[in-house]
Design a protein around this ligand. Structure first.
Ligand SMILES: NC(=O)C1=CN([C@@H]2O[C@H](COP(=O)(O)OP(=O)(O)OC[C@H]3O[C@@H](n4cnc5c(N)ncnc54)[C@H](O)[C@@H]3O)[C@@H](O)[C@H]2O)C=CC1
Ligand SMILES: CC(=O)[C@](C)(O)C(=O)O
Ligand SMILES: [Mg+2]
Ligand SMILES: [Mg+2]
Length: 369
């Protein structure tokens, strides 16, 4: 079965800055490099100094992509930290393109606020001091602004405030950029003080390496993002992996059989087919026996998990999730505690079995000379 070539027949309208596309019956605005080429982004940003504050996961991806795209980008990071050293080894030069946070805040005309969401609270008074009229405050999440009663982040009225939220890890943002591809991002404008917020935010979105940008607002971005990462993208998927693996093991299946039928086949064989051309196409490339069973069972799983997703969404919308994240991630030893929980996951039987399974992939095998 051949996968179809990408077609432009979904486009309903296209003008110089945007295209309107049909997403399963709903029309939405998107911006791609077709409407907004990199040369235009470079022109819009030519007099700006983009200060990327924080060099954790998104910081490196966004700063390096902008640098490679010819944008005037500097990094603000605490000296003497591991991430300062990482910025140096990534090619940022102390005193030229790498500064202490306050110095970068002073120099930047666009402030990309890429500290962890909890850390943004502590640094906010410092950031605010440097937000002089006409500057832009850029986020990659709607968190700080939407939950401002919890974060205290209330920007002055005379700066632009917007977001570009890459829909994936900063690691993928960089990898896909280097492959000549782009990661999808959403964008939103919270405050347009200069009248130029739109061209600024889209230019930054293209410059950080987005494939296409879709429109949202701060609240929708953070509600959907928190739901997604707690749900199918990260939390739920580990939950259903663990449930199926446990049932197979309890019924006498070996770890390698249980892992292969739960994780390895999904990530290596079936999900790439879903990514390429949708669920029905993946089904159509499996046996009729498998198709019969999957079609019979998927609705039962939907119905069993939907109440959990409803509970999750409510927990996000009432601010319970953001509060928990702020409380726990503001503790001085939050890193050690997270690491301990990750260690528990890593040392669980399923992921230990996975380690051995992965070592058997051809690309991981050491070839003896
Ligand atoms: N991790 C990701 O790939 C994604 C992150 N985002 C958003 O991007 C933003 C940045 O997230 P990450 O890159 O994950 O952040 P992170 O958790 O990796 O932290 C970024 C930086 O914050 C610094 N930092 C931590 N506490 C600090 C403090 N008290 N003072 C000064 N610096 C401090 C760290 O040194 C690090 O360089 C967040 O709003 C997040 O929600 C959005 C999409 C994906
Ligand atoms: C990678 C991403 O988009 C997440 C999962 O929402 C996040 O890291 O916060
Ligand atoms: Mg996300
Ligand atoms: Mg997130």
């Amino acid at each position: 079965m051949k996968s179809p070539k990408p077609v432009k027949s979904h486009i309903i309208k296209q003008n110089k800055t945007m295209a309107k596309l049909n997403f399963g019956g709903t029309e939405e605005n998107v911006v791609t490099r077709d409407e907004f080429p990199l040369s235009k982004a470079q022109e819009v940003l030519k007099d700006e100094v983009v200060a990327v504050i924080g060099y954790g996961v998104q910081g490196p991806g966004q700063a390096l992509n902008q640098k490679d795209n010819g944008i005037n980008v500097i990094v603000g990071q605490r000296k003497g930290t591991k991430t300062w050293d990482k910025a140096v080894s990534d090619g940022f030069v102390p005193g030229e393109t790498l500064f202490e946070i306050e110095e970068a805040l002073e120099k930047g005309t666009v402030i990309c606020y890429l500290l962890s969401d909890a850390a943004q609270i502590a640094l906010w008074p410092t950031v605010k001091k440097h937000l002089t009229p006409g500057k832009a405050l850029y986020f990659s999440h709607g968190f700080g602004i939407t939950f401002n009663e919890q974060t205290g982040i209330v920007p002055p009225a005379d700066v632009d405030v917007f977001l570009v939220a890459p829909k994936g890890s900063g690691t993928s943002l960089r990898r896909m950029f280097l492959q000549g591809r782009g990661l999808n991002s959403s964008y939103a404008i919270f405050q347009d003080a200069t009248g130029k917020a739109f061209e600024r935010v889209i230019s930054l979105g293209i410059a950080v390496g987005s494939g296409y940008l879709f429109e949202t607002n701060f609240k929708k971005e953070v509600f959907s993002d928190l739901t997604g990462e707690r749900g199918t993208l990260m939390g739920c998927i580990q939950g259903i992996f663990a449930a199926q693996y446990d049932v197979l093991r309890a019924n006498g299946h070996s770890p390698s059989e249980a892992f292969n039928e739960t994780v390895e086949e999904l990530t290596q064989s079936l999900m790439p087919l879903v990514a390429e051309n949708g669920m029905d196409w993946m089904y159509a490339n499996c046996s009729t026996t498998a198709q019969r069973g999957a079609l019979d069972w998927w609705k039962k799983f939907r119905d069993a998990t939907k109440p959990v997703f409803e509970e999750l969404y409510k927990s996000v919308a009432t601010g319970k999730e953001s509060q928990r994240s702020i409380d726990l991630n503001s503790q001085p030893d939050y890193r050690e505690k997270l690491d301990a929980e990750l260690k528990e996951l890593r040392e669980s039987e399923i992921w230990q079995a996975g380690k051995t399974v992965r070592s058997l992939r051809p690309e991981n095998q050491v070839v003896e000379a």
